[in-house]
Design a protein around this ligand. Structure first.
Ligand code: NAD
Length: 360
């Protein structure tokens, strides 16, 4: 793989590499774009089979963060950290060393939690850098992001309902949820708290999660494979990436796809495939921005849950804009979301060139 050509082609600014043999650490930080502000993104702990696979992952994920923050109207760029390790190999020494790595970038990258990380790891990291976000509320951070992410999925679903059926209400609809973890549980709670009389069809690969799902009002539990063939109004992928692909899209029996999972489309053309099937796809990074919006409410200010909620509610308006751009330009909603993000980046780039110059 030619890394520099890949980075040039995708607009990446920087890729940093760090090793610390004593701490057992091999890590990367990718800074994709800092036009809107310092790059923000989670640190993933994952034992990729090759360095190349790890590099591709961190580069791809950092770009996705640029789009997520730009479309959500946040003043952050996109970045991502990656520790090449199994989660059982994590240690205080490793996290403190990664913190020094973050600190060495002087604030160009703000770290937070991602797959494989726990709040204890963030706390260790914060011993060697100021540039850590999402610490527990007891330590001045904004804490767990999943409640706000769950609320954001709910608001995106309401916007999709308006776009598809002409009204916000979800009552009377059947929603099939894939993966009943943190974000899906908060989605279910929001549906209930807002008085939406929905039927839920839930699946999970984990028996404990399936048992939790059985306790939810009006919910039935199906096997993981069945969920794609389930007749429903909304399919909500809340587990893994890549679940919208050549095999699954022809099987879907829904009118809307709207869920929290990152990178739901296996490849960009799957956004067009959903459009061709007449399914309204809510782009994942629009839907699941509640987490990063929550973090934005602690950077430089004292965290306020009320402010995070108010900003997360705007996901409804963003989703409506995406639907409008898709209709107006005759493109898929996936492309429309990219256009929304790219337009904001282009505008701010111009302003910076004229009035501010390069900040970073
Ligand atoms: P989680 O780990 O709490 O829940 C995921 C659930 O999916 C688990 O219960 C797991 O058993 C289940 N699962 C895994 N593979 C499955 C499969 N093949 N079929 C059915 N179920 C399966 O994770 P979460 O925090 O709810 O996040 C879910 C998704 O949303 C992830 O893709 C995550 O990256 C994304 N996301 C989360 C947040 C957040 O605030 N937590 C923010 C943005 C995006």
């Amino acid at each position: 793989m030619n890394i520099l050509s890949y980075m040039e082609a995708h607009g990446h600014e920087q890729l940093a590499v760090w090793t610390d043999r004593e701490a057992g650490l091999r890590a990367f930080i990718a800074v994709h774009d800092t036009t809107l502000g310092p790059s923000l993104g989670g640190v993933r702990v994952w034992n990729h089979p090759t360095e190349e696979a790890a590099l591709m992952d961190v580069l791809r994920l950092s770009q996705a963060m640029t789009y997520k923050s730009a479309a959500a109207g946040l003043h952050f760029g996109g970045g991502k950290g990656l520790i090449m390790a199994d989660r059982t190999q994590k240690s205080e020494a490793m996290m403190r060393s990664f913190g020094r790595f973050v600190e060495s970038l002087g604030g160009r990258y703000l770290a937070t939690e991602d797959v494989g990380m726990a709040s204890q790891d963030l706390e260790w990291m914060a011993q060697s850098t100021r540039h850590v976000t999402g610490l527990p509320v007891s330590q001045g951070g904004s804490g767990d992001t999943s409640p706000m992410t769950g609320y954001g999925i709910y608001m995106a679903m309401r916007a999709c309902a308006r776009g598809r059926w002409g009204g916000d209400s979800l009552s009377g609809r059947t929603i099939a949820i894939q993966g009943f973890g943190n974000t899906a549980a908060w989605l279910a709670r929001n549906l209930q708290e807002h008085g939406e009389e929905v039927k839920l069809v839930i699946t999970d690969i984990n028996e404990a999660a399936r048992e939790r799902a059985r306790q939810v009002k009006n919910a039935t539990v199906v096997s993981p494979e069945q969920v794609y063939d389930t007749p429903c109004d909304i399919f909500a992928p809340c587990a893994l990436g890549g679940v919208l692909n050549d095999d699954t899209i022809p099987r879907l029996r829904c009118q809307v796809v709207c869920g929290s999972a990152n990178n739901q489309l296996l490849a960009p053309e799957h956004g067009d495939a959903l459009q061709k099937r007449g399914i309204l796809y809510a782009p994942d990074y629009i839907v699941n921005a509640g987490g990063v919006i929550n973090i934005s409410c602690e950077v430089g200010v004292k965290y306020s849950e009320a402010s995070a909620r108010e900003k997360t509610a705007r996901i409804y308006d963003t989703m409506q804009r995406v639907i409008a751009i898709a209709k107006g330009d005759g493109v898929s909603t996936a492309k429309a979301a990219d256009r929304l993000a790219e337009e904001r980046l282009a505008v701010v780039r111009k302003v910076r060139r004229v009035y501010v110059g390069r900040t970073y």
